[in-house]
Design a protein around this ligand. Structure first.
Ligand code: ATP
Length: 296
């Protein structure tokens, strides 16, 4: 059996640069992984097929679940019969812009390689991940990185320190596809890349992360701006919506500061029903930060 910890991610800033014929968009974004994990246990099953158990009853257990789809495609790539039992404990809020489904998919790829005792060629692994979703390649080796292309061309950012975050999960969903469509309808594309790569450095995040999707999401959901403003007024060094939202992040000096703000703003300055999570992201130099595959 293998146990895999599948981390969440934040997108700090997201610029849409162009629209592609396949419906995806060329973007530029900064990814950071978080110490907030889904937990997967995977083992060989005597019954053929992919048998998923999940503690979140709202999630599908068939091929609509990215963990199942990843297991089917990884088995094919490894040349083994798909016969696996997967137990998935969801800890990452679903449809929050925190990448939970994509991370689960990457965890299954890595877990099945370990169980099968075969490493896929790195190009084949990257292609498999990309076919499962634009964010999946990031989770094969999660570290602070600039994402270009559809988010799959990754360039690690050196010298980023460990950072402390307060996440505000707002109580509504935003469809990633619709968010991109409405933003790209109004933007004049193509645009040139920005200096988003300079957002993170040895001193942590600086400047104001621009998120094209936030600009449009705020129109339908003023709570996003309300949460962002509350975090900035409470001393966040940077704040914004992560990716396609609706999670809003604030960067604080340390986890104590983030916890103190969480206690102050919950139920007072945040929209009703908002859930707060304090988490940290590992710096560029961390190779062993809690994420990964363990064989049992
Ligand atoms: P991203 O930031 O990559 O756009 P997200 O964090 O906003 O993703 P997810 O939590 O990955 O969103 O889920 C989005 C949708 O995918 C959900 O509506 C859910 O039904 C579906 N889904 C499929 N498999 C999973 C999974 N293993 N975990 C969570 N959601 C899943």
């Amino acid at each position: 059996m293998v146990k895999v910890l599948a981390p969440a991610k934040l997108n700090l800033g997201l610029r849409i640069l162009d629209r592609r014929p396949d419906g995806y968009h060329e973007i530029e974004t900064v990814f950071v992984p978080l110490r907030l994990f889904d937990e997967l246990e995977i083992e060989a099953s005597p019954e053929p097929g992919i048998h998923l158990e999940c503690d979140d009853p709202a999630l599908p257990l068939d091929g609509r679940n990215l963990a199942v789809r990843a297991a089917e495609r990884t088995s094919a790539a490894l040349g083994v019969e798909p016969a696996w039992a997967i137990r998935l404990r969801k800890r990452i809020p679903v449809a929050a812009g925190l990448g939970g489904g994509s991370s689960d998919a990457a965890a299954v790829i890595l877990g099945l390689e370990e169980l099968a005792g075969t490493a896929l060629d790195s190009r084949v692994r990257a292609e498999l991940a990309r076919g499962l979703g634009a964010d999946v390649p990031f989770f094969l080796d999660p570290r602070p990185a600039v994402g270009r292309g559809v988010g799959d061309r990754l360039e690690p950012i050196p010298d980023v320190p460990e950072l402390s975050w307060l996440l505000v999960r707002l109580p509504f969903g935003i469809s990633t596809a619709e968010a991109y469509q409405s933003a790209s309808r109004e933007l004049t594309l193509p645009r040139r890349g920005s200096s988003i790569a300079a957002l993170l450095g040895p001193s942590g995040a600086v400047g104001s992360p621009e998120n094209d999707l936030e600009t449009f999401a705020v129109r339908g959901h003023p709570e996003i701006e309300q949460a962002r403003r509350a975090l900035l007024e409470e001393g966040a060094r940077a704040a914004g919506m992560s990716g396609s939202g609706p999670t809003v992040y604030g960067l604080f000096d340390d986890t104590e500061a983030a916890r103190a703000v969480a206690a102050r703003v919950t139920g007072a300055r945040l929209p009703e029903g908002a859930e707060v999570i304090v988490s940290t992201s590992p710096g560029s130099g961390f190779s062993d930060w809690g994420w990964g595959v363990a064989k049992w």
